[in-house]
Design a protein around this ligand. Structure first.
Ligand code: NAD
Ligand code: DAU
Length: 365
């Protein structure tokens, strides 16, 4: 039986991971530590809130004393560290929060783990799993081979630079102090509870409202899409089978240009409105409600500064050593995600009524 501390567990991937872990490991105990920034949302944990195995603590990962107390009190033996500032566009407008949370926050987590696990020896075995990103490897040309765990780091945005710095700190705490760490670097996630500032949920919500679908630059940038359930399965494999000190790439094997992705979502919307009359009543401002093409909303807008052209993940190591394999195809995943947003209007409306809307107004209009 494990006792886990999950940082950022009220965010998109963290919350999906909490759902995954409770379903797959019902005997384990979970403490979620989350500061509930604009991206953290307790509604993401609503379905599991009453589970006795789950405890939620609102707090900051930079509060090293708090993290130490939680590690002692709950005899935590496994940390899964998701908490971060995660949006590239925000890091361009305001990098400071990214240094504070992603670099200093990760260092605070490592310090607490070192004190409690290595000095006080509260548990016989421990694991510090750090969740990172493929963006640390930089940008690929159209014919370059996919990122492996040996690809040199070349981060291009304040976000990816802050994640790269945190990865190096995790590596250093393993090599210098013997902390049993693992790191996973994964590609673009999508799925339920995805905050509607990121491309896929933003596009879904906008097309349902008849708002423009902004595509940066020429729309030919490529991302390697990973359904969040596959990511959670991948992290589970790392915790169960991964070796301390190792790094594993987790990907979906689903490279797609942004413009193609948006056109696919538009086609899904058009088909859904054609099949279900009630959708036109629920979302009267959607072009599809009038029998028009959702793709008419596509707008090519000014490019993101320093926009990485292409990401692609080679996850042969995770497949070979952990038995990891992505199970959800991009087509299945997009369809399921679109359906989830249709069925969970309450969730995204609540998210959009808050600070998200304020931020969009300040930075985009
Ligand atoms: P998210 O922005 O949806 O959630 C981040 C969570 O961290 C929020 O709940 C927020 O409240 C919490 N948080 C932020 N600062 C905190 C602090 N100081 N103390 C405690 N909690 C704090 O992010 P996400 O998309 O779920 O990403 C989770 C992790 O996965 C991040 O480390 C991110 O870099 C990494 N990652 C994300 C993706 C992706 O596609 N979303 C891909 C690769 C890696
Ligand atoms: O690759 C992993 C990374 O994926 C994670 O580390 C980040 O936390 C996560 O936010 C994501 O970063 P991206 O910048 O790739 O995701 P985003 O959804 O912001 O953008 C995806 C692509 O779509 C990117 O090429 C930029 C483009 N884009 C994005 C938005 C929000 C648009 O064209 N229009 C938009 O409105």
């Amino acid at each position: 039986m494990r006792s886990l501390l999950i940082t950022g567990g009220a965010g998109f991937i963290g919350a999906n991971f909490v759902h995954h872990w409770l379903a797959q490991h019902p005997d384990d105990r979970l403490v979620v530590l989350d500061a509930l920034t604009y991206a953290g949302n307790l509604a993401n944990l609503e379905a599991v809130r009453a589970r006795p195995a789950l405890r939620f603590v609102r707090g900051d990962i930079r509060d090293t004393g708090l993290v130490e107390r939680l590690l002692r009190e709950a005899r935590i033996d496994t940390i899964v560290h998701f908490a971060a500032e995660s949006h590239v566009d925000r890091s361009i407008h305001g990098p400071d929060a990214f240094i504070e949370t992603n670099v200093q926050g990760t260092h605070s987590m490592l310090k607490a783990a070192r004190t409690v696990w290595l000095e006080e020896r509260t548990v016989p075995r421990h694991r510090f799993h750090h969740v990172s990103t493929d963006e640390v490897y930089g940008s690929l040309g159209p014919k370059d081979p996919a990122f492996t765990e040996c690809t040199p780091y070349a981060p291009n945005s304040p976000y990816s630079a802050s994640k790269a710095a945190s990865d190096h700190l995790v590596r250093a705490y393993h090599h210098t102090y013997g902390l049993a760490t693992t790191t996973s670097n994964c590609s673009n996630n999508y799925g339920p509870y995805h905050f509607p500032e990121k491309l896929i949920p933003l596009a879904i919500v906008n097309l349902l409202h008849g708002r423009e679908l902004p595509i940066y630059g020429d729309g030919r940038n490529v991302r390697d899409w990973l359904h969040v359930s596959d990511h959670c399965r991948g992290i589970d494999r790392v915790l169960e089978r991964g070796a301390p000190g190792e790094v594993y790439n987790i990907g979906g094997g689903a490279e797609c240009q942004n413009v193609t992705l948006i056109e696919t979502l538009c086609a899904l919307a058009d088909a859904a409105f054609e099949q279900r009359n009630d959708l036109a009543r629920q979302f009267p401002d959607a072009p599809a409600a009038r029998g028009e093409k959702s793709a008419s909303l596509i707008r090519f807008v000014k490019d993101r500064p320093g926009h990485d052209r292409r990401y692609a993940i080679d996850c042969a190591k995770a497949e070979r050593e952990l038995g990891y394999r992505a199970e959800v195809t991009l087509e299945q995943g997009l369809r399921a995600t679109f359906q989830w947003y249709l069925a969970n209007e309450w969730w995204w409306r609540a998210v959009m009524d808050g600070s998200y809307q304020h931020w969009i107004e300040t930075h985009y209009r």
